[in-house]
Write a protein that binds this ligand. Structure first.
Ligand SMILES: Cc1cc2nc3c(=O)[nH]c(=O)nc-3n(C[C@H](O)[C@H](O)[C@H](O)COP(=O)(O)OP(=O)(O)OC[C@H]3O[C@@H](n4cnc5c(N)ncnc54)[C@H](O)[C@@H]3O)c2cc1C
Length: 160
């Protein structure tokens, strides 16, 4: 699933209190808002910034910011990016044993920065023999490849 982030630099202190910790909120699709360390307001949502998606998602981000922070005044979104997020059918990461000595954790559903670090630590412990497979917090599952082309195209273009 594609996920995009758009940011501005010129929001001053006004939305700082509301977004000091950042949060994700659920509309039709998961979205996120936070301030980074240098004070840039960063808004994210499902979608890719290519083709018509760039205009659609930029317009949505501006609307979302104005709705959340009506006091914001004039602002520009001066940087944006998107990437692919691994989504799973259970909305949980997957633990695979690809070969007897090849282990894999994937599918963080867009929440892998902290979880990836935790599971990387657990994988290292498993390899070192410090924990058993049962200590991995996830069952070993077999890999299933499913056809998702149509759904991916729909989500990339925009669902707003
Ligand atoms: C737009 C977007 C927004 C996101 N927002 C959030 C968020 O707000 N919070 C959150 O928790 N997660 C977020 N995520 C998800 C998060 O970025 C990932 O879950 C996390 O980065 C996964 O970490 P990783 O170390 O497993 O993989 P990665 O961070 O992808 O690291 C894999 C590394 O391996 C390298 N690599 C790949 N193939 C090879 C090769 N053959 N040889 C050598 N090196 C290779 C890559 O270059 C890369 O540096 C977001 C993802 C996207 C795309």
């Amino acid at each position: 699933m594609a996920f995009c982030k758009l940011q501005n630099r010129c929001c001053g202190d006004r939305p700082r209190t509301a977004t000091a910790r950042g949060y994700g909120y659920k509309r039709t699709a998961l979205s996120s808002v936070r301030l980074d360390h240098s004070g840039r307001l960063i808004v994210g949502s499902i979608g890719a910034l290519r083709g018509s998606g760039a205009k659609i998602h930029t317009a949505w981000a501006k609307r979302a910011i104005r709705k959340l922070f009506p006091q914001i005044g004039d602002f520009d979104l001066d940087y944006a990016w998107h990437g692919s997020i691994g989504m799973t059918d259970t909305h949980l990461p997957k633990f695979h044993r690809l070969e007897p000595q090849v282990l894999s954790i994937s599918g963080y559903n867009g929440r892998g920065i902290a979880a990836g670090t935790v599971f990387g630590y657990l994988l290292a412990q498993l390899i070192m023999g410090e924990i058993s497979e049962g200590g991995m917090l996830l069952p070993v599952t077999t890999i299933r490849v499913r056809r998702r082309c149509l759904k991916v195209h729909f989500v990339c273009t925009g669902i707003y």
